[in-house]
Design a protein around this ligand. Structure first.
Ligand SMILES: [Fe+2]
Length: 589
């Protein structure tokens, strides 16, 4: 059975193709269109998925959209009407957007792909999140918690899933919290207040939080209150996202927290103002963690299960995830590499396959590499047109040379195999560097990523050695598989891992099992032999404001436009001219 899953029209569109229950291709539209967080109907992603499997649209048995457009439209309309006339602007915006595209999804799919109407199915948004979390995890029975900004009406669901290998699958969502009460919207509102871009700057809030003390926690608890049933509700007097598209927080919010930060104002932590912003970030982060830990703990007691699968965009909060693992009573915590809406394309397809069609359950391949692959010979072709010499080496030689580059302090663009689904580089499209000095971090921020200094870089370490360098609780190595948890760096190693240790002594570590990305694992071990520390700095291969590179041409262009010194794509390797001379001298020596 051939099933195509699609997510679109909010942010981060994606397509995923399942054949006989297993994924064969999945990619975000942004990786194809090169527009970051592209929310358009993912035609290029769909075309690539079909092409990579040699299929035509008419070969598909089903096309599954990741949410129910009419329910979503009902929510937008009801919200706007409730707020009318205050919400007149939101109403017009919603009508224009929704009538323009969103509710006619069936028609769009039919027109774009030419598939018959009866093959087009819809899942609920949080069913897609739940399926993306539970059906991709190596567990047979687990509690499920999904949290995001909003889908149709739900903003948080709890439930449980049960699967039998070769047999039936059940994904039951038991309860939900409904719009406008939303943890995702709470965090996004603070993201906007702190002057960062919503749906993208949430990482920055989490990074900034480490510099602050949560002295505004009681104020945050005023805007989000706990309810008797263990959930929460927003005090809507502090918010405006439900009535207007122009601003997400109200006058009362500003009275409580002080003036917001303008996006162009730098955050200077040496000033009272800078510290206030860091303290506000720390406060919303703390309250978010408290609520999630409480809800997870209640779910553990209710279900008595030992595994929890987390889905939805809020599951990208690695600090909260680490606390859930440590404090909720669950023994194992699974977060997929793409818990946000991009992963819903895969979730929707899986939900249709296992639940709607009742196909037998199968083990899901435990990795995120479903995108376009590095093509052999491509780097040689592009770089030689550009006048740069490319070497093609066998694996051992390429890894040895790259380890030497890294040990010499060079920054390496690393492209290997198929690209990652989800926002994190997990070994296929990474920028790698030595993790030791803060200078490397500053150089990366200055010459390549152009980021604020308070955003930490992440380390990657072989899973079997992770505990030597990082304080991982039971279940921590699993949570670190896809970089989903933030854990303390062991104090003895912090100075030697300065480029990847955050100001509070933590790191968003990736614990890499060799079977997931063998060449990267071998590279880290080779680097460890040279330097004594088998850890690398691993950050996504892209410039600020651009999506992660997908094809070799994009990797090469990024290499040329930035301070990356060496580019390795598969078995091919090219160096900047300035370093070519040094390399030859090293060889002679
Ligand atoms: Fe979502």
């Amino acid at each position: 059975m051939k099933i195509l899953g699609i997510s679109a029209h909010y942010h981060d569109s994606a397509a995923a193709l399942l054949i006989d229950g297993l994924p064969v291709a999945a990619v975000q539209e942004e990786r194809m269109s090169r527009r970051k967080n592209d929310a358009a109907f993912p035609l290029a992603a769909i075309e690539w998925c079909l092409e990579s499997a040699g299929l035509e649209p008419e070969d598909l048995d089903a096309v599954v959209f990741y949410e129910r457009p009419m329910l979503k439209f009902e929510r937008i309309l009801t919200t706007a009407l409730r707020a009318f006339p205050v919400g007149r602007q939101a109403f017009v915006h919603a009508m224009r957007n929704s009538l323009g595209e969103k509710i006619w999804v069936r028609g769009i799919i039919q027109a774009q792909l030419g598939v018959s109407r009866r093959k087009i199915l819809f899942t609920e948004h949080h069913q897609s999140h739940a399926a993306a979390a539970f059906l991709t995890a190596p567990t047979r029975e687990a509690a499920i918690l999904t949290t995001d900004g909003v889908g149709e009406w739900a903003t948080l669901t709890v439930g449980r899933g049960r699967r039998t290998l070769g047999g039936p699958t059940a994904v039951d969502l038991i309860r939900e919290v409904r719009w406008p009460h939303s943890l995702g919207m709470l965090y996004s509102t603070f993201t906007a207040f702190l002057g960062f871009a919503v749906n993208e700057g949430e990482y920055k809030v989490m990074g900034l939080a480490a510099y602050g003390t949560p002295r505004f926690a009681d104020a945050v608890r005023k805007v989000i209150r706990r309810t008797a049933d263990g959930a929460f509700s927003l005090d809507l007097g502090y918010f405006e996202f439900h009535t207007t598209v122009a601003q997400s927080y109200s006058r009362a919010f500003i009275d409580l927290f002080g003036p917001p930060r303008a996006a162009w104002d730098p955050i200077d932590l040496a000033t009272d103002e800078g510290r206030r912003f860091a303290d506000i970030a720390a406060s919303v982060q703390l309250v978010l963690e408290e609520i999630l830990v409480d809800m997870a703990r209640a779910l553990q007691r209710e279900t008595g299960l030992s595994d929890l699968c987390l889905g939805g965009g809020v599951a990208l909060n690695g600090v909260a995830n680490a606390r859930i693992l440590a404090e909720s009573g669950f023994e194992r915590l699974f977060v997929p590499p793409a818990p946000g809406d991009a992963g819903c394309a895969l979730g929707a397809a899986l939900y249709a396959d296992r639940v709607h069609f009742g196909n037998p359950d199968q083990d899901f391949p435990d990795h995120p590499f479903w995108g376009p692959a590095v093509e052999a010979g491509e780097l040689t072709r592009i770089a030689s047109e550009d006048g740069l010499a490319v070497e093609t080496l066998d694996d051992a030689a390429l890894i040895a040379r790259t380890a030497q580059d890294l040990a010499a302090g060079r920054i390496v663009g690393w492209m290997d195999g198929a690209g990652e689904l989800g926002p994190r580089a997990l070994g296929a499209r990474s920028i790698l560097a030595a993790p030791h000095s803060a200078e490397t971090r500053d150089r990366l921020n200055r010459d390549i990523k152009y980021r604020e200094e308070f955003r930490p870089f992440a380390p990657v370490v072989p899973a079997e050695l992770a505990e030597r360098y990082f304080e991982l609780p039971p279940g921590g190595v699993r949570l670190a598989r896809f970089m989903s948890g933030v854990f303390p760096v062991r104090p003895a190693w912090r100075a030697r891992l300065a480029a990847v240790t955050h100001v509070d002594g933590t790191a968003r570590v990736q614990a890499l099992e060799r079977e997931m990305a063998p060449r990267l694992h071998d590279l880290i071990m080779a680097y460890g032999k040279l330097t004594g520390v088998p850890v690398l700095l691993n950050t996504s291969f892209n410039l600020a404001g651009e999506p992660i590179v997908s094809r070799v041409a994009e990797g090469y262009s990024t290499f040329r436009r930035s301070g990356i010194d060496v580019l390795a794509a598969g078995r091919e390797r090219v160096v900047k001219r300035a370093f070519a001379k040094v390399s030859i001298e090293e060889e002679i020596a």
